[in-house]
Design a protein around this ligand. Structure first.
Ligand SMILES: *[C@@H]1O[C@H](CO)[C@@H](O)[C@H](O)[C@H]1NC(C)=O
Ligand SMILES: *[C@@H]1O[C@H](CO)[C@@H](O)[C@H](O)[C@H]1NC(C)=O
Ligand SMILES: *[C@@H]1O[C@H](CO)[C@@H](O)[C@H](O)[C@H]1NC(C)=O
Ligand SMILES: *[C@@H]1O[C@H](CO)[C@@H](O)[C@H](O)[C@H]1NC(C)=O
Ligand SMILES: *[C@@H]1O[C@H](CO)[C@@H](O)[C@H](O)[C@H]1NC(C)=O
Length: 468
């Protein structure tokens, strides 16, 4: 009996440890962005940007603050949002020359007129400790504020102050505000606070960051997004029988666009059913070189045109990828987007928009397990009347790079989350849990013993020795 109990305790402890491990591993690798800037006219000590892809830890964040507050003003405004990810900036911030659409007009205006630091990836445990770190750094207690109470507060430039503004990320239930509306609401609060500060002759340092990332899947398992996905791809290329080279477009002697895919399938809806055609065999492989007339690239725009003949009974057929790259002010780096995928068949066109879904840092390549216009579409017909409504495209194991290509190899791949969607992760975790519980149950059943003595109502009561 004791043995059974011991092993059940051990299994339970193991189960708990595994579960804890799963959650702990998740927690310490979550990342949030951090923005820090000073009021105009003040500069902080020069800061060195972290290497791309590096996650700033608690101690590194502390040393950043140490350096900064040697010269930065000690009146600190901390805008602390529930959740935030770099993706929020790339999705909702304006880009140069296109300010209307931005959710962060106040933030962008203030960043322009001051010296700022952008850390794209700070571990969320470090950002969560920020109030404590700042409290130690400034030697003052934090005040939790909103803009109305701020207007009544008199700050003194020679006395440090730590003012914390909590900002929401998700809307509260009833009103179905979109993320963008919530973010612009928060930006408005930031703008209001900075205008109040502007009316006082007190210089300040402002910080905008979050407690947790808003897009957890990618951040919880960053190795899947970066290293994992890339090594998956390389593994497949090196190990299995599909090692063909990407399509390469050269401009003035140097490669400027690379494209690789397992399948490039186009389908047209004809008399009640989808007729499919896989362009893969005409595009990739030994001795196949598709014509690329019409392709071009310059520093900001690139366009890859694949020319085919006799596809789905069209004499000429073109598959066109249109990409551009821009500098995004808030994330302080260049990103490229695949703006459009276009089909041209015997003079007619079908256009799919892809702009805000398919993007990567400009010097990286973009890869995705599946890019389609129908299931979980990243590509949508340009308009309701566009010819694209009669077409479907599906690209499997797709990888593309249209900028900063060096040599004939893809750069580091930025993976879309599509391969490991939240659904898939939940499925994986749930199955793991079920398997664990099942194993635990089986283990318990195998530990059961048949009793070796049975009670005889007529005989003397049996006694079980305690020392067994
Ligand atoms: C700011 O604080 C210093 C030191 O406590 C004090 O001497 C000074 O008068 C204060 N200035 C204002 C404008 O209140
Ligand atoms: C690619 O296309 C071929 C032929 O059209 C098909 O048999 C295969 O299943 C496709 N592969 C994937 C991953 O969809
Ligand atoms: C690149 O090409 C695009 C589209 O043709 C054009 O609008 C843009 O001015 C070009 N940029 C440069 C730097 O040549
Ligand atoms: C697709 O992009 C074009 C040009 O950028 C734009 O005018 C159009 O509204 C977009 N369509 C959709 C459905 O987003
Ligand atoms: C990427 O290309 C642009 C324009 O060709 C260039 O200005 C930039 O320095 C390049 N970036 C890297 C990291 O190579």
């Amino acid at each position: 009996m004791a043995a059974v109990r011991m092993s059940s305790v051990r299994s339970a402890v193991m189960l708990a440890a595994v579960l804890l491990g799963v959650f702990a591993a998740g927690q310490c690798t979550e990342q949030v962005p951090l923005l820090m800037w000073t009021s105009s006219g003040f500069s902080s000590a020069p800061w060195s940007d972290p290497a791309a892809g590096h996650t700033v830890s608690l101690s590194e964040l502390q040393s950043y603050l140490n350096t900064a507050f040697r010269s930065a003003p000690h009146n600190v405004l901390l805008f602390f949002q529930d959740k935030l990810s770099v993706d929020d900036f790339t999705k909702y911030a304006g880009v140069f020359g296109n300010k209307q659409g931005s959710a962060f007009p106040n933030l962008e205006m203030n960043l322009q007129s001051s010296s700022s630091l952008f850390l794209p990836s700070v571990s969320s445990s470090a950002s969560a400790s920020l109030p404590t770190l700042l409290q130690d750094e400034l030697n003052t207690a934090p005040l939790y504020m909103d803009p109305d109470t701020l207007a009544q507060l008199r700050l003194n430039a020679s006395l440090p102050a730590l003012l914390i503004f909590n900002l929401p990320y998700s809307s509260s239930g009833a009103d179905m505000m979109s993320v963008k509306e919530v973010l612009s609401g928060n930006d408005e609060v930031i703008g209001q606070v900075l205008r109040i500060m502007g009316n006082q002759p007190v210089p300040y340092t402002a910080i905008y960051t979050a407690l947790r990332p808003s897009r957890v899947i990618e951040e919880v398992f960053p190795e899947v997004r970066s290293v994992g996905a890339r090594s998956l791809l390389q593994y497949r290329r090196e190990g299995s029988p599909a090692p063909y080279a990407p399509v390469e477009f050269k401009e003035r002697g140097s490669t400027c666009i690379l494209l690789w895919a397992k399948n490039l399938t186009v389908s047209e809806y004809r008399s009640g059913k989808w007729e499919r055609h896989n362009l893969g065999p005409k595009t990739f492989g030994e001795g196949v070189s598709p014509k690329l007339e019409g392709s071009f690239c310059n520093a900001t725009h690139s366009r890859l045109v694949l020319n085919y003949e006799n596809v789905l009974s069209y004499r000429s057929f073109k598959l066109i990828f249109v990409m551009s790259q821009r500098h995004y002010k808030v994330s302080a780096r260049r990103w490229f987007t695949m703006d459009r995928v276009q089909l041209e068949y015997d003079g007619k066109t079908a256009s799919f928009n892809g702009s805000r879904n398919i993007y990567a840092p400009a010097e990286y390549s973009y890869r995705c397990h599946s890019v389609t216009s129908f299931r979980y579409p990243q590509l949508t017909p340009r308009s309701a009347k566009d010819g694209a409504n009669d077409w479907r495209v599906a690209f499997d194991d797709f990888q593309i790079q249209g900028f900063n290509v060096t040599g004939t190899e893809f750069s580091y791949a930025s993976d879309c989350a599509g391969f490991f969607t939240p659904g898939i992760w939940m499925g994986l975790l749930t199955s793991a849990l079920m398997v664990l519980l099942l194993t635990y149950g089986l283990h318990m059943i195998m530990q059961l013993h048949t009793m070796d003595r049975f009670d005889d109502p007529k005989g003397p009561a049996i006694s079980v020795p305690q020392t067994e």
